[in-house]
Write a protein that binds this ligand. Structure first.
Ligand SMILES: Nc1nc2c(ncn2[C@@H]2O[C@H](COP(=O)(O)OP(=O)(O)OP(=O)(O)O)[C@@H](O)[C@H]2O)c(=O)[nH]1
Ligand SMILES: [Mg+2]
Length: 232
C-alpha cells in the first residue's frame, strides 16, 4: 500500500473526562474520520498506539487503569513516504474497561462517558478492540460487546502480546476462538494477531486502519458528487 501513517505526526489535542466536555468537542467534530482504541486495562492500547504512530504518542502505564480520559489526537498520512494533502484524521485512546479495582463512581463515569461516545461519535470512527492474546474473550470483553452491540460500529479485533505466547497449544486456543467470536459478534470485520512489543502484525493493523480511511473518503466523494447531478 502506498499510504502509511506519518510517523510522529500524532498531535495530542485534548483529554476528555466527562460527558459535557465530550458534547462540546462533538459540536465541532461531527464528521471526523478516525480510529479509536478500546480494550481491557493493561492489554496494551497505548503501546499499540505507540507502535503504530511512533515513539511516545500515548502514555504507557505500569499500573493498569491509567488511561481514564478519552485522549484525542490528530494525525496525517504519508503517500509513498511523503506528506500528502488528505485531511487530518483522528486517533482516540479510550479509557480501559474491566479494571476490577475501580470504584463504583469510576465505573459509572466510564459507562456514561463511553455510552455517549459510542452513541454519538461520527459514523466514520472505526474501533480497534484489543484483547490480551494470553487471556482472550474474558467476561469483561463479553460485557463490553454487550454494551456496544446496539451501536454496530465498524470494529476490528486485535489479539495483542502474541510475543508472550510460547507454545503451539496457546496459539491453537486463539485459532479456535476466531470462528466462535466471528459467529457471536458479526460486526467484527477482521481479527489480527499482533505484538506492540515485537511489532509483529502491526503493519497489518495499520493497513486495516488506512483501508477504512480510504473507504470513508471514497464514500464521501461519491456522496458529494451525486446529490447535485441534474435529474435528466
Ligand atoms: N510483552 C508485551 N508486553 C506488552 C505489549 N503491549 C503492551 N505491553 C505491556 O503491557 C503493559 C500495559 O501497556 P499499556 O499500553 O499501558 O496498556 P493500556 O491498555 O493502554 O492500559 P490502560 O491505559 O491502563 O488501560 C505495559 O507494561 C506494556 O509494556 C506486547 O505486545 N507484548
Ligand atoms: Mg493506556
Amino acid at each position: 500500500m502506498s499510504y502509511t501513517i506519518r510517523p510522529q505526526s500524532a498531535d495530542f489535542k485534548m483529554g476528555i473526562s466527562d460527558v459535557a466536555q465530550f458534547e462540546q468537542w462533538l459540536d465541532e467534530h461531527r464528521d471526523v474520520i478516525g480510529v479509536s482504541f478500546v480494550g481491557r486495562s493493561n492489554v496494551g492500547k497505548s503501546s499499540m498506539i505507540n507502535a503504530l504512530f511512533g515513539g511516545k504518542t500515548a502514555r504507557v502505564s505500569k499500573t493498569p487503569g491509567r488511561t481514564r480520559e478519552i485522549n484525542i489526537f490528530e494525525f496525517e498520512l504519508n503517500f509513498n513516504g511523503k506528506k500528502c494533502d488528505l485531511p487530518k484524521f483522528y486517533l482516540i485512546d479510550l479509557p480501559g474497561y474491566g479494571f476490577a479495582e475501580v470504584s463504583k463512581e469510576m465505573s459509572k463515569n466510564w459507562n456514561e462517558l463511553m455510552g455517549a461516545f459510542f452513541a454519538e461519535v461520527s459514523p466514520s470512527m472505526m474501533l480497534v478492540n484489543l484483547q490480551d492474546a494470553r487471556h482472550p474473550d474474558q467476561d469483561a470483553d463479553r460485557q463490553f460487546y454487550d454494551f456496544i452491540q446496539k451501536y454496530a460500529r465498524k470494529t476490528i479485533l486485535v489479539f495483542n502480546k502474541i510475543d508472550k505466547l510460547k507454545t503451539q497449544k496457546e496459539r491453537n486456543v486463539l485459532e479456535k476462538l476466531k470462528p466462535i467470536l466471528s459467529k457471536d459478534y458479526k460486526w467484527i470485520r477482521q481479527m489480527y494477531f499482533a505484538s506492540a512489543e515485537s511489532k509483529k502484525g502491526v503493519p497489518q493493523v495499520e493497513d486495516a486502519i488506512i483501508t477504512h480511511f480510504l473507504e470513508e473518503l471514497e464514500m464521501r466523494k461519491t456522496h458529494t458528487e451525486d446529490p447535485n447531478l441534474p435529474s435528466d
